[in-house]
Write a protein that binds this ligand. Structure first.
Ligand code: ZN
Length: 200
């Protein structure tokens, strides 16, 4: 696996608007992966392992178009809450409803929110300092706000794949802006965005 990491460190002496302008600049440059790290802490083997875990959990989703997995991980890496995009647990997980766009968007809970709900089910109320791993793409603006508001500090996901750029780049731009505003870290990692074969 190619473990190249793209990261950018926020400088203390730049203003918020400077940082956002930098993001906008990089977003307009084709074929340049920009990423985003506010801490400069680096990506570890743990990051890849938890990304693989999030990817594995995404297999549970019945959404035929986008299967997303999320893993919330405590700072000591001992506690993990998992989620994938799907309907609420008390709602019939009818595959046909996923084919109806209106029905699907009305019912579905994103992977990050499900991971948070599962943390709550385990009695974990405080996610201060936790990390969330989301596969195959970074959190949408709404999930980011909610998860960041729970105290989660770091958001790790694969670099946005070319196939997802058109639909998701504008949304992730908002996420990146909010991360700067809220002092959260987004690490985008060069990590596969498709499922490996089951045997792997
Ligand atoms: Zn979302």
């Amino acid at each position: 696996m190619c473990d190249i990491i793209h990261k950018m460190t926020n400088k203390q002496n730049t203003t918020l608007s400077d940082q956002i302008a930098n993001l906008e600049f990089f977003d307009k440059v084709p074929n340049v992966d920009v990423p985003l790290s506010a801490t400069g802490l680096g990506i570890s083997k743990w990051d890849f392992r938890f990304l693989r875990l999030a990817r594995e959990w995404a297999r549970n989703s019945k959404d035929p178009s986008t299967k997303v997995g999320a893993a919330l991980v405590s700072p000591d890496k001992l506690r993990v809450a998992l989620g994938y995009n799907g309907f609420p647990r008390d709602m019939p997980d009818d595959a046909a409803l996923y084919l109806n766009r209106e029905e699907k968007y009305s019912r579905i809970i994103h992977a990050e929110k499900n991971a948070k709900n599962n943390a709550l089910r385990m009695g974990i109320m405080d996610l201060t300092g936790w990390t969330i791993y989301v596969w195959p793409l970074a959190s949408c603006d709404r999930c980011f706000i909610e998860i960041a508001d729970s105290g989660v500090q770091r958001f790790v996901s694969p670099i946005l794949s070319p196939e997802l750029q058109e639909r998701w780049a504008p949304i992730l731009m908002k996420t990146k802006k909010y991360a700067i505003e809220m002092g959260r870290t987004i690490d985008e990692v060069n990590f596969p965005t498709t499922f490996p074969k089951e045997s792997e």
